[in-house]
Write a protein that binds this ligand. Structure first.
Ligand code: GDP
Length: 194
């Protein structure tokens, strides 16, 4: 089975996005940030699977030991499924991501979104960045440039149209993400033929 993993802080819209992508409602009983096991969902029309990885490193009220344990679980999961995983999607709240990243950077901390982006790269998954809640953003191009910059992707963001996907999950406007995913699927199939 081919698999897509989703990561992102609580409340950025992962559940909403998964519902749009899969047609399944899986929000019931979900505790953001504290789910230990990845959840699997089939993508209706394709034999792909979406995995909503638990967030890590930013769980309020979760002890450092437990955070490390969760992170270790995720690393193990990704390593075990490395052959199947064709894409990793980092979901951001486009309205607040830059402010939050900058606040952490000013405190000398590694911002969680940056940490997750680099984590995906480290484990060999070329990340797709789904910038959600575009309906709340006035200067979209400026904001997307700033997000690209914070992730070490040299602006303008349009140079990264295969990586950065502005979406509005709430309204079902996710075509840029579908396009990015389709590219990764095709790359994966070509790789299989080599
Ligand atoms: P999760 O914790 O990452 O799974 O986030 P949810 O999917 O539960 O969404 C968190 C909140 O953000 C909910 O109130 C959603 O309705 C809202 N939300 C999700 N997508 C969008 C969007 O595109 N625009 C706006 N304005 N709100 C959204």
């Amino acid at each position: 089975d081919v698999e897509v993993v989703l990561v992102g802080r609580s409340n950025v819209g992962k559940s909403t996005l998964m519902r749009e992508l899969t047609g399944h409602d899986f929000s019931t009983g979900k505790k953001p940030g504290v789910t230990r096991q990845p959840n699997h969902f089939d993508w209706a029309s394709e034999s792909f699977m979406f995995t909503d990885l638990p967030g890590f490193g930013f769980m309020s009220g979760v002890e450092t030991d437990q955070r490390e344990a969760i992170k270790t679980d995720i690393v193990r999961y990704v390593e075990e499924h490395a052959d199947a995983i064709v894409a990793g999607v980092l979901v951001l709240d486009g309205k607040s991501a830059v402010d939050i990243i900058d606040r952490h950077t000013e405190r000398g901390e590694i911002p969680h979104d940056v940490e997750m982006f680099e984590f995906l790269v480290d484990v060999g998954i070329d990340p797709i960045v789904a910038v959600n809640k575009t309906d709340k953003i006035d200067d979209l191009d400026g904001r997307l440039d700033a997000i690209a910059d914070r992730l070490g992707l040299y602006p303008p963001w349009q140079q990264w149209s295969g990586t950065i996907a502005p979406i509005c999950a709430k309204r079902g406007e996710i075509d840029p993400l579908r396009a990015c995913l389709r590219d990764r699927f095709h790359e994966h199939k070509r790789d299989d033929l080599l």
